[in-house]
Design a protein around this ligand. Structure first.
Ligand SMILES: Nc1ncnc2c1ncn2[C@@H]1O[C@H](COP(=O)(O)OP(=O)(O)O)[C@@H](O)[C@H]1O
Ligand SMILES: [Mg+2]
Length: 369
């Protein structure tokens, strides 16, 4: 008997489908940091449930091919049109992507791009093709659920502007037929996409949070582990281990997988080890090296709990690090623009926070002077 490791998020699924069904909203945005279960929710909860209610799903992840979101979208729509078990293909692709990440010699995190490759703008013919494919799908079906995963990525390059514009026009013209679920790992990146003057894609989108998984998830994993091994860990130890792993489901699953493979049974110990390993294998050192010196300086400044980025203490700190006489305000502004959306998020006027709390911890630990 195969074990179903997926822990269903019934409440959230119902809430989203109801909102679409009753037309409370036809555009929703789901935010949560990386590895918290957004993609899992969309692929394993939302889409199967939506299909049962007559929606035709289209799923595209803009992190599949970071340089070329147009072709990700084209793949997605072609898969939906081909109606060949698109769901299986989508989930296979996800599984493949995770394997690649795990096997990567440098251990670079999936969510962090360190290579500076060229973003590809959509060509007129690829936009024509997209338009035709959507037209065909719209002709065949009344309710399309368009899931755009890691949507904030569309705001990371000027090259994607025409694709955003295309999407906006498509959605405006077909608002009664296309329901959109945006998901994103960067609050700031999503906001950027929202507020674009030329192509304000999200104008009417309501934001929802992905709730933290809790007791039900731990209990589900406990049962799966028991089925898989005949061994057990106590519920309270499971809870404490999950807390130790910052309630990140992916980390919890990895710990359990390791326990199955190695025969270890002290989940608390395994979680503590995983926590240390995670920091070590995070790819942060490589990522760090890929950043400009001024960007590094700003990250250290912010990670150490400082604000007031344009004032003298910060400027002096940066100048000192860079070994120059002074640093101009616009140089800091440019650095912030590079870091926003990818590493930093604006939380309130002039105050920034790390998108990835672990990266902040790493910066604090490794760059203390
Ligand atoms: N509801 C869930 N049930 C079981 N495992 C989950 C669940 N949500 C997340 N996970 C685990 O966490 C991993 C990361 O989830 P994912 O959806 O890829 O995160 P995100 O898209 O937010 O970065 C999954 O591959 C899975 O192992
Ligand atoms: Mg994801």
């Amino acid at each position: 008997m195969s074990i179903d490791w997926h822990y269903p998020r019934h409440d959230l699924t119902e809430r989203v489908i109801e909102a679409f069904d009753k037309r409370v909203s036809n555009t929703l945005t789901l935010f949560a940091p990386r590895r918290m279960g957004k993609t899992e929710f969309v692929l394993h909860d939302l889409i199967p449930a939506a299909e049962k209610r007559g929606f035709v799903p289209v799923y595209a992840s803009f992190w599949d091919n970071r340089d070329d979101p147009t072709s990700s979208l084209l793949h997605a729509i072609n898969a939906a049109l081909a109606q060949r078990s698109w769901w299986k293909r989508a989930t296979n692709r996800i599984a493949g992507a995770q394997l690649k990440v795990k096997a990567g010699a440098d251990g670079v995190e999936a969510g962090m791009s360190v290579t500076a490759s060229q973003p590809v703008a959509p060509t007129p013919s690829s936009l024509d093709e997209l338009r035709d494919q959507f037209a065909e799908l719209l002709q065949r079906h009344d309710r399309i659920l368009l899931c755009l995963d890691e949507a904030q990525h569309l705001a990371t390059s000027q090259a994607f502007e025409n694709l955003v514009f295309f999407l906006r026009t498509l959605l405006d013209r077909n608002f009664n037929k296309i329901y959109v679920m945006y998901t994103g790992s960067s609050r700031d990146g999503l906001r950027k996409l929202f507020s674009r003057r030329k192509a304000a894609l999200f104008q009417s989108s309501s934001q929802i949070e992905l709730p933290d998984l809790g007791a039900g998830f731990v209990e589900h994993m406990r049962n799966c582990f028991k089925q898989a091994t005949g061994r057990e860990f106590s519920y309270s130890e499971g809870q404490r281990a999950f807390a130790l792993l910052h309630y990140v489901p992916r980390e919890f699953r990895s710990v359990i997988e390791k326990m199955i493979l190695t025969g270890a049974d002290d989940i608390l110990n395994e979680a503590a080890v995983a926590n240390d390993d995670q920091l070590e294998d995070s790819g942060y050192p490589i990522l760090w090296k890929s950043l400009k010196a001024i960007d590094q300086g700003l990250l250290i400044w912010i990670a150490s709990g400082n604000a007031a980025l344009y004032q003298d203490p910060c400027k002096e700190f940066l100048a000192d690090r860079l070994g120059v006489d002074s640093v101009e305000t616009h140089t800091i502004q440019n650095a912030i623009n590079r870091l926003r959306g990818e590493y930093l998020s604006l939380v309130s006027h002039g105050t920034y926070e790390f998108e990835d709390a672990r990266f902040r911890d790493w910066v604090v630990m490794h760059c203390e002077e």
